[in-house]
Design a protein around this ligand. Sequence first.
Ligand code: FEO
Ligand code: CA
Ligand code: CA
Ligand code: CA
Length: 607
Amino acid sequence: TGSLGGNGIDTTFTPVSPNTDDAVTVPAGYSSDVVIRWGDPVIAGAPEFDFENQTAAAQARQYGFNCDLAVMFPMDDRDERFLFTVNHEYTTEPSMFRGYDPENPTREQVEIAWAAHGMSVVELASRPNDGGLDPVLGSYNRRITALTPFELRGPAVGPLTRTNADPTGTRVLGTLNNCAGGHTPWGTVLSGEENFNQYFGTAGAVTDTTRLEQLRRYGIAAETSGRKWENFDDRFDLAKEPNEVNRFGYVVEVDPWNPDSTPVKHSAMGRFKHEGASIHVTPGGTVVAYSGDDERFDYLYKFVSSRRITPGQTATARAENMKILDEGTLYVATFSGNSPAAEIDGTGALPADGRFDGTGTWIPLMTVTADGAAVSHVDGMTPEQVAVHTRMAGDAVGATKMDRPEDVEPSPTTGKVYMALTNNSQRGTAGKAAADEANPRHNNKHGQVVEITDDHAGTTFGWNLLLVCGDPKEADTYFGGFDKSKVSPISCPDNVAFGPDGGLWVSTDGNALGFNDGLYSVATSGPNRGETKLFLTVPVGAETCGPLVFENRAIVNVQHPGEKDGSSIENPASHWPDGGASQPRPSTVVAWKNGFGGGAGSLGGLL
Ligand code: FEO
Ligand code: CA
Ligand code: CA
Ligand code: CA
């Protein structure tokens, strides 16, 4: 309905110049404003934010830290009210608490951090006279934190997920490090638990070598953690509560339309550093969910459901549809290039056929059937082990090691799947995988965007690199064959989104070209295929997250402004968004074409 349809943003805008400004910058003819900031009230009665006197009780009712994924559903057909869901990926205690001692955090600081993680559901209202959006303390509003009960479902449930506090292995407190995600056709939000490794540690000993290897594969060592949460709750202590860590690293599903609902963790989709999950529905009604594992040399996965969608947006239909991601087959991807290996030399030089391209195969890892029974397709691993130690299942079947699979999303109009591979400084280094046609550069600083033509419910696909990112003046970049003198430089693609017309948008994190991160439009078809234009830049030290593009309007989450070497509370690298001498605050921003709004309906000012 309304502004969630239409033609999106007209990509004839004049690109923003790369810059290092401590501001959100949009093209001429566009405006932007902050929607909601870290600490702003979400639940009615929450206090106003007070950086100097924050409490856990306040934070649990306020907008969390480091907003990442954004999902928006219309609440009416007049574009007046929207239901907005956001991830709060992680906290940065040294920039949240004056005088923070990393060796000895206080209980209150740790509990504030627990409350600042998770997700927010907040109603947004369209401003009558422009494209701005304002938060409303509505009845759907909800905070999900590190303490909110979740239901863990699927093959992981069993001896590997039981804890002292939860002998059933099904009731997990909280969600952590929620990065990207997506929405489902049945009105729920999917969110990936990404770098959950950082929350677990121990001062004790873990001696089982098999277990140490399993932890190592997920980047976890049996040593004290950076955050010291294990000193405040035994569940974060790897020696005292060995299975708690097996209860994070899943795709979670939240029904934002029912603030009392229990969110779900779907272990049939595997456990890894899920960047996110996004859905394609085949003409036959099969639901396919794509998910990347964001680590250097890790894998791309998809889950193919055996259930079909129950029509309707009733609570009953939604509860039924929240079982779709519990039954089906989990696959991992292998990529093969079609050019001779000798032509892929690690420099990024195009092979003789002029394209980085080839085919791929999806290798099944496990299948969950309608009765909940699960079958492993990996020799030597039970379904429970595949669900919990999914990376090791991918290793066992020889999945292709990619340059950090970030967001993966199918186009709503063409069904083609676009994946951001953000970078990989270790590609081609001693003992690590060398360049291949899908990951063609050694010491890959700037990443690439892969276009996949998938047989969605099947097991084969074709692929090509749409973008090999970087400075277009450099020979090792490729922009879909488009004239490189006419594109914006782009580095470290992270999130992928589509306008209502199917136009591709890519946002960046960690730009290695020396200017601020941003949001780009990228043409995928026609004579301009590969044309890349910078639409918006975010303030100093920030990452451009959760992009949503609607009719003449875009939303971005400005994550970790000021996160830069040398930044501190005494001397912050950013004062955005409040200006003056203020501390930076991760915040949600909306940008719109001037003339947007102005009365009845979103197009009032433009028609
Ligand atoms: Fe949280 Fe992979 O970005
Ligand atoms: Ca080729
Ligand atoms: Ca991300
Ligand atoms: Ca990222």
